[in-house]
Design a protein around this ligand. Structure first.
Ligand SMILES: [Zn+2]
Ligand SMILES: [Zn+2]
Length: 278
């Protein structure tokens, strides 16, 4: 049973809600600035944090446009079977990619949003964070960007405008996986088009293709989209492999970093000792 399920069950059936309300600061309502100017500043900050999210969705939209509305319809006349297969695979992948991405953006792993079960709070003395005073269970870490503690924190990701932790790490890994798969489908399908642009057609005909509405598509959009997607495919292959490896090892980026730091410190100490006593 998940941490949230235990929390919900204990809150609403096993114990008196009043006890939970009085138990600690994590059950208090969120502090929101009262002054209108401060509220406006908070609104601006929240909006600015969503800019990378809009950028990611724009790149996805550009890939969908160049692949499904330009490239696939153009190739359908010469190779209907291959282009249909590519179109179906890419459409399914993009749907799953956007779904997992939005779930990652809007799912919170913060302790404040996922309070510990009342039974645990009453039974044992949970440690608290010295910075935000929230409960700090095992594997929770304080995020300086969010200003609060996050359950099984992996890292703070500006590209999802959120902390990746216990409740959204699965969506983050799925998003990486679908991005890599989608990028390779796109690159394999677009290789002949991009090769054609770069090897001779460039300059003679600025509008190499038309979309399903008959609008001319500048080659710069196809080139930009292809180069960006190819870069993502390469970079995210290694990044997603690392995250899938961590899933199998039940560890996080922070924990791997801590282990590497500890190992380096131990090696330094043993090196100093061996120099003192040769
Ligand atoms: Zn904290
Ligand atoms: Zn964070």
């Amino acid at each position: 049973m998940s941490y949230r399920a235990v929390s919900a069950r204990t809150q609403y059936s096993d114990s008196d809600p009043e006890d939970i309300e009085l138990d600690g600061p994590i059950h208090r309502p969120r502090k929101r600035p009262r002054h209108p100017i401060m509220r406006f500043v908070c609104f601006l900050k929240d909006t600015a944090l969503m800019i990378p999210v809009l950028l990611v969705l724009s790149i996805v939209a550009m890939d969908v446009y160049t692949m499904l509305l330009v490239s696939i319809p153009a190739k359908y006349h010469t190779s209907p079977f291959t282009s249909t297969i590519f179109g179906i695979l890419f459409s399914i992948d993009i749907f799953l990619l956007v779904w997992s991405y939005l779930k990652c953006v809007f799912t919170s792993s913060k302790v404040a949003d996922n309070p510990p079960p009342a039974a645990i709070v009453q039974a044992i003395s949970l440690p608290r964070c010295a910075k935000c005073n929230e409960y700090k269970p095992d594997r929770a870490h304080h995020c300086s960007m969010c200003g609060t503690c996050v359950l099984k924190m992996d890292h703070h990701c500006p590209w999802v405008a959120n902390c990746v932790g216990y409740y959204n790490h699965k969506y983050f890994v799925l998003f990486l996986f679908y991005t890599v798969v989608g990028s390779y489908i796109y690159v394999i399908n677009e290789i002949p088009t991009i090769y054609g642009i770069m090897m001779g057609k460039r300059g003679r005909n600025r509008d190499l293709a038309v979309d399903v509405w008959g609008q001319a598509v500048p080659e710069t959009i196809t080139l930009l989209s292809g180069i960006l997607t190819f870069s993502f495919a390469l970079a995210l292959t290694f990044f997603s492999s690392f995250h899938i490896w961590m899933v199998f090892k039940n560890t996080t980026t922070l924990e791997v970093g801590e282990r590497v730091t500890k190992l380096a410190e131990n090696q330094m100490i043993s090196h100093k000792l061996s120099n003192k006593h040769p």
